[in-house]
Design a protein around this ligand. Structure first.
Ligand code: ATP
Ligand code: MG
Length: 149
């Protein structure tokens, strides 16, 4: 059944916002106030929660995270933008491999499965995921989900 992806995204933000330090913020931007499409609520929630949790986890203090929803003719774009630690160029090709964690994570804990799950759930929606990252500057993930009325 169709779900409102804008409302869903807002609902996901709140608990993550409450779990982080007061010095950084999650900024929400959407081109539309509401938008219904056929997607799986649980799978889409899991995709966004994983990417947002990563953005927050791999940021230092005082760095804002932005989540932006944009709309194309046939796709919804979710952009998760951080100004955190980034991913070393040479390691970027390994990112979606199970249990892979980059060498610069320091003492931040994790299993290295989040992005593997995200990739699978994006594939189920016949969508795509891409990212751009620069070490010590930040990372942007873009998830493209086809619109299905
Ligand atoms: P978990 O399974 O708990 O999510 P994880 O966060 O380590 O553990 P993934 O979410 O799969 O695993 O991410 C894999 C690796 O990719 C991370 O360990 C980290 O090195 C890198 N990474 C992912 N997102 C970011 C980001 N926004 N900024 C910097 N590095 C990132
Ligand atoms: Mg993760």
């Amino acid at each position: 059944k169709p779900i409102d992806v804008v409302k869903l995204t807002k609902a996901i933000l709140e608990p993550i916002r409450e779990s982080i330090s007061l010095s950084s913020n999650i900024i929400f931007i959407s081109e539309k106030e509401t938008f219904f499409t056929n997607a799986d609520e649980f799978l889409l929630s899991t995709i966004l929660t994983n990417l947002l949790t990563n953005a927050v986890k791999y940021s230092r203090n005082n760095e804002d995270v932005i989540i932006k929803i944009e709309f194309e003719e046939e796709n919804i774009l979710f952009k998760i933008i951080d100004q955190g630690i980034g991913i070393p160029k040479a390691e970027q090709k390994n990112l979606f491999c199970s249990f892979y964690r980059a060498s610069n994570v320091g003492d931040v804990s994790g299993t290295g499965l989040g992005l593997t799950i995200v990739q699978d759930f994006v594939d189920i929606h016949q969508g795509s995921i891409s990212f751009k990252s620069e070490l010590d500057k930040g990372t942007t993930f873009v998830v493209k989900i086809p619109i299905r009325k």
